[in-house]
Design a protein around this ligand. Structure first.
Ligand SMILES: Cc1cc2nc3c(=O)[nH]c(=O)nc-3n(C[C@H](O)[C@H](O)[C@H](O)COP(=O)(O)OP(=O)(O)OC[C@H]3O[C@@H](n4cnc5c(N)ncnc54)[C@H](O)[C@@H]3O)c2cc1C
Length: 516
C-alpha cells in the first residue's frame, strides 16, 4: 500500500494541534496566508451566505449518489457544480461492473458465474495487488445493491451484459443512455435540495477544533460561504486536466495534460473541469493523499484528424473480441486484458498507432458503432472495409500502408487459436471469437491517452477523509475519482462508476449521521 504524504515533518494539522493554536490564530498572524485554510472566524468574518446540513461538491456519479442518499435520509443538501454542464465525466458513461442485480440479467456464457468475491479477486489481479483491499472489498460487496438502487431511482440498463475486460467471461451492466445516472438523479437533487451550477468550490472552512464546518465557493466575482451543519462531501472527480499535478505525479508523457483535455473536449466535455483544486484545498487543512502515482492511460478511440473535427470514435476499440494489430499488421497484446495493460502495450509500439479489426458479428454488438456510423468513417477515409479478409487487408495496405500479407496471416493465426481455444497472447477463451464473418473492417486508433487519475484523497471505508497522521478529519467526506486507493494502478472500465456510486452513498449516509 502506498501512502504519499503532502508535507514533510509535522503536518499542518499536527502543527496546529501541537502549538495549541486554532487556525484562526495562525491566520491572524499571517503565517500561512499564501495557502491557508479558511477558518470559521476569518475570510468574511462569521457570516455565512447560506446554511444547510450537507454540502456536496461535484455533480457526477459520486456527487449525485451522496446528495440523493443524504436527501432521502432527511438532510438538507446543497450541491455545488463548477461547470454550467451538470454531471461531470459521468454524463458520458454507460458501463457499471456488478456481480448481479435484481434485474436478473444472465451472464453471456453458461459456464460463467459471478460473485462479489470473484469481482474482488479480479479487481485485485488487474491492479497487480496495488489497490487497497479494504476499499475494493467495499465497492465489490455493495456493487449489486448500487445497481438496484439506481434502478429504483429510474435508471435503465440494456438487457445483455457486455463482456468485461480483465475478467474471465463475466459481463458488466450497460446503461441505456450515456449519463443515465445523472440524467435520472440530478432532477431529484434539484427538486428536493438545491443545485448551484457555475459555482466552484475553493476552500474548506474549519473551526478551532479542526472540524470542517463549511466551505467557500466562487460565484462569478464573489466568494461566498456555506455553513455545513453536518458535513462537506467532496466528489470532484479525477484531476486529469491539472497541468501541475499530472506532470508532478506521473511518468512524463509529452503533451499529456493537453491530450487528456482534448479527449474530454472531443467527447463533448468542457475542457478542463478536472483540475484537482478540491484535493489541494483538503490538503491545505491537512488531508492525506494516496496513490497519486497511479494514472491510467488507455488506448483512446479517436484519430487526431477526427478529434480536430470534434468527432469521437467512441466504441471502436471497446470490445474484447476484436483483434488489435500494429502498423506492421501483427498482433501485439491480449485484447481481453484491462485497458491500462493494453495501453502500456500500445505505448510500447514505435508509432503508438494500432488498428482494431472488426468483422460482421462484432459490429452489431451492443456497444460497437452501428454499421451506418462505420460507413461514415469509411467515407471519411478513417476506416476501410472488405467482403473478405484479403479485400479488407488490401484496402488497409492501400490506405494505411499495413502489409496485406502480414495482416491476412495474423487473422489466420488468430482464427486458428480461436478454433483450438488457445491464444498466443493468452486471451481468455471466452473472448476468442474468430474474425470470419463479412464485412471486415480496419481503422487506425491513435493513443491520445485518456487519463484516469487513480490517486486522490485518503478516504476510509466510511468515506471519511483522513489527515496525514491517519486521523479522520471531522465533518469531511470524499467519494469517487477525487479519492485514492480503490483501484491501484489499473482497473476495469465500469469499476469507476460503480465504486463512485457505492462510496457516494456511503458518504451521504454517514454525513447525515454526523452530529457536530
Ligand atoms: C468519456 C468518458 C467515458 C467514461 N465512461 C465510463 C464508464 O462507462 N464506466 C466507468 O466506470 N467510468 C467511465 N469513465 C470514468 C469516469 O471519469 C468516472 O466513472 C467518473 O468520473 C466518476 O464519477 P465522479 O463523481 O468521481 O466524477 P465526475 O463524474 O467527473 O464528477 C465530478 C464533478 O465535479 C465537478 N467539480 C470539479 N471541481 C469542482 C469544484 N472545484 N467545484 C465544484 N465542482 C467541481 C466537475 O465539474 C464534475 O462535474 C468515463 C470517463 C470519460 C471521460
Amino acid at each position: 500500500m502506498v501512502a504519499q504524504h503532502s508535507g514533510k515533518g509535522l503536518s499542518r494539522r499536527s502543527f496546529i494541534a501541537a502549538a495549541g493554536l486554532g487556525t484562526a490564530g495562525i491566520l491572524g498572524a499571517g503565517a500561512l496566508s499564501a495557502c491557508a485554510p479558511t477558518s470559521e472566524s476569518s475570510a468574511g468574518g462569521n457570516t455565512w451566505d447560506q446554511e444547510t446540513d450537507v454540502v456536496v461538491v461535484g455533480s457526477g456519479a459520486a456527487g449525485v449518489a451522496a446528495a440523493v442518499t443524504a436527501l432521502e435520509s432527511g438532510a438538507e443538501v446543497i450541491m455545488l457544480e463548477k461547470e454550467e454542464m451538470i454531471g461531470g465525466a459521468t454524463s458520458a458513461t454507460v458501463q457499471y461492473c456488478a456481480p448481479g442485480s435484481s434485474l436478473g440479467i444472465a451472464q453471456n456464457f453458461p459456464d460463467v458465474e459471478d460473485s462479489a468475491d470473484l469481482m474482488f479477486e479480479h479487481a485485485m489481479n488487474v491492479s497487480g495487488n496495488t489497490a487497497d483491499p479494504a476499499l475494493v472489498r467495499i465497492w465489490c460487496d455493495n456493487a449489486s445493491d448500487a445497481i438496484d438502487w439506481m434502478v429504483e431511482h429510474g435508471c435503465e440498463f440494456k438487457e445483455k451484459l457486455k463482456l468485461s475486460e480483465g475478467r474471465q467471461g463475466q459481463g458488466k451492466y450497460i446503461a441505456k443512455t450515456a449519463g443515465e445516472l445523472t440524467t435520472k438523479l440530478v432532477p431529484i437533487v434539484q427538486e428536493q435540495g438545491k443545485l448551484l451550477s457555475k459555482c466552484a468550490f475553493e476552500e474548506l472552512v474549519v473551526d478551532d477544533s479542526g472540524r470542517v464546518v463549511g466551505l467557500v465557493y466562487r460565484d462569478g466575482d464573489d466568494a461566498k460561504r456555506i455553513k455545513a451543519r453536518k458535513a462537506v462531501i467532496l466528489c470532484t472527480g479525477p484531476w486529469s486536466n491539472d497541468e501541475t499535478m499530472v506532470p508532478r505525479h506521473m511518468n512524463p508523457l509529452p503533451e499529456t495534460p493537453k491530450a487528456a483535455g482534448e479527449t474530454f473536449a472531443s467527447m463533448g466535455m468542457p475542457y478542463g473541469p478536472f483540475t484537482g483544486e478540491a484535493v489541494r484545498a483538503a490538503q491545505r487543512i491537512g488531508a492525506n493523499v494516496r496513490h497519486m502515482e497511479y494514472l491510467m492511460s488507455e488506448p483512446c478511440y479517436s484519430t487526431a484528424e477526427l478529434m480536430e473535427q470534434g468527432v469521437a470514435v467512441a466504441g471502436i476499440t471497446r470490445t474484447v473480441n476484436q483483434v488489435l494489430v500494429s502498423s506492421e499488421g501483427a498482433r501485439f497484446t491480449d485484447e481481453g486484458a484491462a485497458r491500462g495493460a493494453v495501453a502500456n502495450d500500445v505505448l510500447a509500439l514505435p508509432d503508438n498507432v494500432f488498428y482494431p479489426i472488426l468483422d460482421g458479428h462484432i459490429v452489431p454488438d451492443q456497444v460497437n458503432p452501428a454499421p451506418e456510423v462505420l460507413d461514415k468513417w469509411i467515407e471519411g477515409g478513417f476506416v476501410v472495409k472488405g467482403d473478405t479478409v484479403e479485400e479488407m487487408a488490401a484496402n488497409a495496405e492501400q490506405t494505411f500502408g499495413i502489409p496485406q500479407a502480414t495482416l491476412v496471416e495474423t487473422i489466420k493465426r488468430y482464427n486458428a487459436g480461436c478454433a483450438a481455444g488457445a491464444d498466443e497472447f493468452g486471451k481468455d477463451p471466452h473472448f476468442l471469437s474468430p474474425i470470419d464473418t463479412p464485412p471486415f473492417y480496419a481503422g487506425p486508433v491513435e493513443t491520445c491517452i485518456m487519463l484516469y487519475t487513480h490517486g486522490g484523497l485518503d478516504a476510509d471505508e466510511n468515506a471519511r477523509v483522513k489527515d496525514v497522521d491517519g486521523n479522520v478529519i471531522p465533518g469531511l467526506y470524499a467519494a469517487g475519482m477525487c479519492t485514492g486507493g480503490q483501484f491501484g494502478q489499473d482497473t476495469v472500465s465500469g469499476d469507476w462508476q460503480i465504486s463512485s456510486v457505492v462510496f457516494g452513498r456511503i458518504a451521504g449516509r454517514n454525513a447525515v449521521a454526523e452530529t457536530a
